[in-house]
Each structure stands twice: as C-alpha cells, then as structure tokens.
Ligand binder design. Structure first.
Ligand code: NDP
Length: 453
C-alpha cells in the first residue's frame, strides 16, 4: 500500500507541477484512504480516487476593472468545479493576492470531503481571484465584483454551482456579486450563500464556521467528560471565523488570549472579553483596520509584528489548553506544533482550511491529543450555507434557534462519523482518518452508482 501511495503521489505531482498545497492536501487524504482501498478493491478498480483528484471542470478568466484613478487593472478569476456526485458544486470564493490554481484546487478538493460529511447534498467547488480587497475603496471592490460576476454568472446557478465567501469575501462582496448576478441573469435565486438577511440570507450563517468549530471541540472534550469551561485558548486570525470562534468560546466559559492578522498578533493575558471582541469586530468589519490598533486601545495587551525571517510563529508559543487556528493554510509548521504540545495544548480544532503543515499533523496524531482537521471542524459554515439553500428553495426563513439547533446536530453527526470511521478502519481516536474516510465513502459510492462520468 505504501507503494500505491507513492506511485499515486508521483503521478499527481508530475501532472500538476508546482501546485504544492494541492499535493499536500491529496497526500494526507491518500494516506488515510489506503486503509479503505485495501478492503474495497472495487474503489480501486473503478479508479475513484484518480477521478476525484481531477476537477470535473476548471474555469479561468480575465477580470478587467477600473480603479479610482481611472487606471485599468487586470486580475485573474477562477472557479474549480471539483465534484458533483452528491449535489451541486458548493464552496467559497477567496479574494487574496496569494490565490492561484494550486491553492484553489486544494481548497476545492478538501471541500468535497467536508461537504459530504455535513450530511447535506452538496458537491465540492472553490473559486476566487488574486484581487486584494485590502486598501481598496468600496467602489473599487464593487467594480471588481461586477466584472468578476459578469463572467462567473455563465457557469453557476442554484442547481449547478453555489459559491459563498472565504478569505477576503464577506457580506459586502457577496452583496455586490449577487446584485450583478441578478442583473445579468434576470433572476432572483439562491445562487450565492452568505447573503444579507433581508435578501435571502440565513440567520447564523456569519457565525456558523466559528460556532461549529467550537461545538466540535466541545464534542471531542465531552468524550472524556471535559468541557471548555476555564480552558485557555489560542486563536489566530481576526476575520469571520476567528470572531465567532472567540464568541462561542466565551459563551462556553473559556478564555481567549490571542488574535492576529497578517501583520502581527496580540497576546492579551487578561483575556479577550465580549467588549474587546466587539472592538475587534468593529475594527475589522467596519473600519477595516489592523489588529495592532487593539494594543493601542488595551494597554496591557502585547502586539508582536510578524517576523518573516523567523522559522516559527510566536502566537503558538504560549501556555494554553486549546488552539483554534483560524487564519489561513500552513500557519502551524512542525516547530509550532512542537511548541503547542510543549505548552500543554491538548485540543487543536482547525477553523481554517489546512492550517497545519503535514509535519505538524503527524506530531499531533502521534501525541494523541484531540486533533480535529479543518474538513471536519470547520464544516459548520458550509453546512449552514446548505441550510440557506434549503430556506431559499422553500422561500421560508428559519429562526435563529432553529438554524443553530440544526448546526449543533450536524456538528455532532460529523463528530460521530469521524469517531466511527476511525474505529472501523483500525485507528481509533484518529480524526484525520475518520474525516477523510467518512467524507470519501459517500462520494465514492455515489460515483460507483452513477457510472463512468
Ligand atoms: P477573513 O478574510 O474574514 O479573515 C481571515 C483572517 O486571517 C484575517 O485576520 C487575515 O488577516 C488573516 N490572514 C489571511 N491570510 C493570511 C496570511 N497569508 N497570513 C496570515 N494571516 C492571514 O476569512 P475567514 O475568516 O472567512 O477565513 C479564515 C480561514 O477559515 C480560511 O482558511 C478559510 O478558508 C477558512 N474557512 C472559512 C469559512 C467561512 O465560512 N468563512 C468556512 C470554512 C473555512 P488580514 O486582515 O491581514 O488579511
């Protein structure tokens, strides 16, 4: 089986050169799935995995727009339609200068497994652009979104492909994208999720990824009769996922001491309480400021700028019980993972997608802490997006309690699937294997049923 994994990876790398994040995401999954393929030769002979790493469709397009100075700008847009075996493509759009084909393929690949775990009928996709919304005026962001959607609208639809937000794409961007879709197609449909509440959005969608991640962590702790009460938590990022992760940790009695953005991080030994969180939300969502402003307001907090020459992230080097990486991919390397373990962290729940480098993943698994990979722990966001699609189809909004209750049920069900699949394939307590196998089986069986397409 080691041979199978090596040969599979060598072929994948040769066929997709330079797409390092995509290779990393596939490697982790193939290692888990070797356990399944051993027992189920039918998946191997139907080349299910070989088909799953090949996107059903990749759309790449020019996005021209004009900045406030009247100068022409050109960005690149993408949509990866990865797998539609169990439902329409579903996954976010990321606007960030680092966006490229390899990053979006890794995200789309992860999304297939994550969406399958949610129990809802959603295939996997992802998209975005190398456009950087930071420092742009609202008008510039609007012109960019309109140009982006002018092309994208040919490829998506409520029964075909339903994008949502991700890094750099929040409520403002979804609004501009939806407005342009409606104008181009002359239809009001649930083609995007994360919409405003008064035009088709779902209650709890903004909170869902962060809340869901904390529900998952609480579920893991409950297997040993523990709770988050009194636990010290490290959180990275200060965007959508981080904000609601912090809110839910506070509601469950935990203490949060860190928060960050791409320029640096805050260590607040006293803890980030609800008032300080309100400050962060206003700073990030309305003023679009930098996290260092937090230390200017709260004098006891310490701000440390990012040291790009360093080989570790000091945010992960504080005494704590739990870590919730919620910024971006590969933000925890091997050294960071060792620091977390040395400092007593026994729960790592990934709000971000693939925030832990493969060396760190192995260290977490070997140390037998509670380690929840992003495709399980952060699935709450897409799950409530799925619930938004249901409400749009029914043209009937649900209450906050109803959606939150369903989110809780889905996160518990994902947890159960992970635990059961890990056990069934001989690796109890290994949530990475559990999530990869649980997500795979449903999609693989649907692909077998649907023939060679
Ligand atoms: P936001 O854009 O709201 O926030 C992202 C945060 O991470 C910001 O604080 C940002 O800092 C920081 N960040 C982004 N890129 C980098 C980088 N290269 N280095 C350091 N810090 C960085 O995004 P979200 O909160 O929506 O997404 C965060 C993570 O969660 C991503 O991995 C995303 O894929 C994942 N995710 C999001 C879901 C959702 O529903 N939104 C669902 C599931 C997963 P700065 O302000 O300086 O850019």
């Amino acid at each position: 089986m080691v041979d199978y994994v090596n040969i599979f990876m060598a072929r994948l790398q040769a066929k997709n050169p330079g797409e390092t994040e995509f290779h990393q995401a596939v490697q982790e999954v193939v290692e888990s799935l070797s356990l399944v393929l051993d027992r189920h030769p039918e998946y191997r002979s139907a080349k299910i995995l070989e088909r799953m790493v090949e996107p059903e469709r990749v759309i790449m397009f020019r996005v021209p727009w004009m900045d406030d100075q009247g100068e022409v700008q050109v960005n690149r847009g993408f949509r990866i339609e990865m797998n539609s075996a169990i439902g329409p493509y579903k996954g976010g759009l990321r606007f960030h200068p680092s966006v490229n084909l390899g990053i979006l393929k890794f995200l789309a690949f992860e999304q297939v497994f994550k969406n399958s775990l949610t129990t809802l009928p959603m295939g996997g996709g992802k998209g975005g652009s190398d456009f950087d919304p930071k420092g742009k005026s609202d008008n510039e962001v609007m012109r960019f979104c309109q140009s982006f959607m002018t092309e994208l609208c040919r490829h998506i639809g409520p029964d075909t492909d339903v994008p949502a937000g991700d890094i750099g794409v929040g409520g403002r961007e979804i609004g501009y994208l939806f407005g342009q879709y409606k104008r181009m197609r002359n239809e009001f449909t649930g083609v995007l999720t994360g919409k405003g509440l008064n035009w088709g959005g779902s209650l709890i969608r903004p909170e869902a990824t962060g809340y869901g991640c904390v529900y998952f962590a609480a579920e893991m702790l409950a297997t040993r009769g523990q709770t988050l009460k009194g636990k010290t938590c490290l959180v990275s990022g200060s965007g959508n996922v981080s904000q609601y992760t912090i809110e839910k940790i506070l509601q469950l009695g935990g203490k949060v001491v860190t928060v960050s953005d791409s320029d640096g991080y805050i260590y607040d030994e006293e803890g980030i309480d609800l008032n300080k969180l309100k400050f962060i939300m206003e700073l990030k969502n309305i003023k679009r400021g930098r996290i260092k402003n937090y230390a200017e307001k709260y004098k006891n907090a310490v701000y440390t700028p990012v040291d790009r020459s360093g080989d570790y992230n000091p945010l992960w080097d504080h005494k704590a019980d739990c870590a919730f990486p919620s910024a971006t991919q590969n933000e925890i390397n091997g050294k960071d993972a060792r620091n977390l373990l040395k400092n007593g962290v026994s729960v790592v729940a990934e709000g971000a997608n693939m925030p832990t480098h493969i060396e760190g993943v192995r260290l977490f698994l070997d140390s037998r802490i509670f380690y929840a990979p992003g495709k399980a722990a952060n699935a709450g966001g897409v799950a409530v997006s799925g619930l938004e699609m249901s409400q749009n189809s029914m043209r009937l909004p649900w209450t906050r309690e109803e959606v939150d209750n369903r989110l809780g049920i889905i996160m518990r069900s994902i947890h159960k699937t992970c635990v059961e699949c890990a056990e069934r394939f001989g690796t109890p307590g290994n949530y990475v294997n559990g999530a990869n196998i649980g997500g795979f089986l449903k999609v693989a069986d649907a692909m077998l049923d649907q023939g060679l397409v």
